[in-house]
Design a protein around this ligand. Structure first.
Ligand code: ADP
Ligand code: MG
Ligand code: ZN
Length: 482
């Protein structure tokens, strides 16, 4: 437990993840980001009288995948419930969610601890619900708030943890890990900027060693995992100061202001009674059969931790490299595709983590859209390994491939970049170098042997890095020693 001057923090997170289903959870409207406002709507998601919801089976499939991936138990009978509240972007005046009988309960998510090692946080529940629309508050001094209902009715899973997270840094680790699981399961993009992943953080503090929980607050409105971490740091300090000065924490919902880095009280915490939950009369209970569960379980994709371990085993790369590659499903895919036609796994891992990541970082493309396809990188690495080109030239060739989309062999042929190993040609270059640096030659012969590297450098410079270093070394030794 992280201790803050005699106090410790208790954190529980509620994450909403938008499921990547083609259509919404209770109607056939498409789910798409960035469409003109209110075009992806129908009587059902607009909440018009008489329109009835029909459950999207895919949304259930996806939620089941997640429940099984975290080792939770599936409730074979779960119930949709109406959560009633008024908000302009909620045209029905209620949200269909699950309350008393969620689809999943239990399980845990493992994550990297800030000081090294692995932590684990229990999952309290995983349930299905529909999303609300969006209220747009333009900054331009507009008088009105605009409502976009395209998102209204999009399928969400809510993942609620046990209050088992001990610090803002652990919360960050948990979120990273959960996001990666969602991406590996191919059920959620994990994109927080687009609102596909949202996190509310519940936090309380108590004197270190006390078992009873303190009163918690809930902080909302963070738009990145780092913001969640900052908001929690702020709120923990605020609560501790309050208690120290003899005050009491009151249960409330706070809004994080990222610019000011403060959390501001939005409202007193609503209790569940405020929502007047009751079973949704327009839907029957959701019954999941054993066959359905088995069908999903048999098709669960490999998860991040398992894949990291497999890459180490199968390709004999370092743990650290495997975890960097597996921290992005697309990057690990890329690596494995390179390895189909190239055989030095450690070299491939190094190039991908340094050169490839730098290039895609520059342009901001996703690895899946990187124009240097895995087979093209494999060809380039093959040419470096066989000594056809030097590693240094290889890097410039890769940059050129990235710029032009051409293959390594085409670029090398065109630009005449292949390694120069012809002794006669290199001999000439070396003679030139020695002739222009007679002082250094004299110094070398007088015992300043460390000048050898200088001569090599000059030869490389004269050949734009294309000289074969082995041949250069041999020839230089011969010429300097006579
Ligand atoms: P609600 O539905 O009212 O938001 P829940 O009981 O479902 O409340 O809990 C929501 C989240 O708050 C859970 O992640 C839970 O672990 C966490 N939580 C509950 N009590 C505390 C507490 N005293 N301190 C910190 N987190 C808490
Ligand atoms: Mg809550
Ligand atoms: Zn609709």
């Amino acid at each position: 437990m992280a201790v803050y001057d005699g106090y410790e923090a208790v954190i529980g997170l509620e994450v909403h993840a938008q499921l990547q289903t083609a259509s919404k959870i209770f109607c056939a409207c498409r789910v798409e980001y960035g469409e003109p406002p209110n075009v992806l709507t129908c009587p059902t998601c607009l909440g018009l009288p008489g329109a009835l919801p029909v459950l999207n089976k895919k949304a259930v499939d996806y939620a089941l995948r997640l429940i099984m991936a975290v080792g939770g138990a599936v409730n074979k009978r779960s119930v949709f419930a109406r959560k009633n509240y008024f908000y302009p972007d909620l045209p029905k005046g209620y949200q269909i969610s699950q309350y008393e009988r969620p689809l999943g309960q239990g399980g845990a998510v493992e994550f990297d601890l800030p000081g090294g090692g692995r932590g684990r946080c229990g999952i309290n529940r995983v349930h299905l619900e529909e999303d609300a629309g969006k209220s747009l508050h333009p900054d331009g001094g507009e008088k009105y708030t605009r409502i976009d209902l395209n998102r209204c009715g999009a399928a969400l899973v809510e993942i609620v943890t046990e209050p088992e997270i001990a610090s803002p840094e652990e919360a960050y680790g948990y979120l990273q890990s959960l996001k990666l699981i969602l991406q590996y399961l191919r059920i959620c993009s994990g994109d927080m900027e687009k609102g596909h992943l949202r996190c509310d953080a519940n936090v309380s503090v108590r004197p270190a060693g006390q078992t009873a929980f303190g009163t918690r607050t809930e902080v909302k409105n963070m738009n990145s995992f780092k913001a969640v971490q900052r908001a929690l740091r702020f709120e923990i300090q605020r609560q501790i100061r309050l208690l120290r000065s003899g005050g009491k924490v009151s249960q409330a919902t706070l809004l994080w202001d990222e610019k000011q880095e403060v959390a501001v009280e939005m409202r007193g915490k609503e209790e569940s009674e405020d929502y007047r939950y009751f079973p949704e009369p327009d839907l029957v209970s959701l019954n999941v059969t054993d066959d359905w569960i088995n069908h999903i379980r048999d098709r669960l994709p490999e998860l991040p931790d398992a894949r990291t371990r497999r890459l180490v085993r199968q390709y004999q790369i370092r743990d650290y490299d495997a975890s960097v590659l597996c921290a992005d499903c697309g990057l690990a895919d890329y690596f494995e595709q390179v390895m189909k036609t190239y055989d030095d796994a450690q070299v491939a891992a190094n190039w991908i983590q340094t050169e490839v990541l730098a290039l895609i970082g520059e342009t901001g493309v996703r690895i899946g859209d990187f124009c240097v396809r895995p087979a093209m990188l494999a060809e380039l690495l093959g040419m470096v390994s066989s000594g056809e080109i030097s590693g240094r030239i290889g890097k410039t060739v890769l940059a050129e491939m990235h710029r032009t989309g051409r293959t390594a062999s085409a670029i090398i042929k065109d630009k005449g970049l292949a390694l120069i190993s012809d002794p006669a040609r290199l001999s000439q270059v070396i003679d030139d170098v020695l002739r222009t640096h007679t002082d250094s030659v004299a110094a070398y012969r007088g015992g300043k042997l460390e000048l050898f590297g200088f001569f090599v450098g000059q030869v490389m410079k004269a050949t734009r890095g294309q000289a074969d270093p082995v041949v250069v070394n041999d020839l230089l030794k011969q010429k300097l020693e006579t």
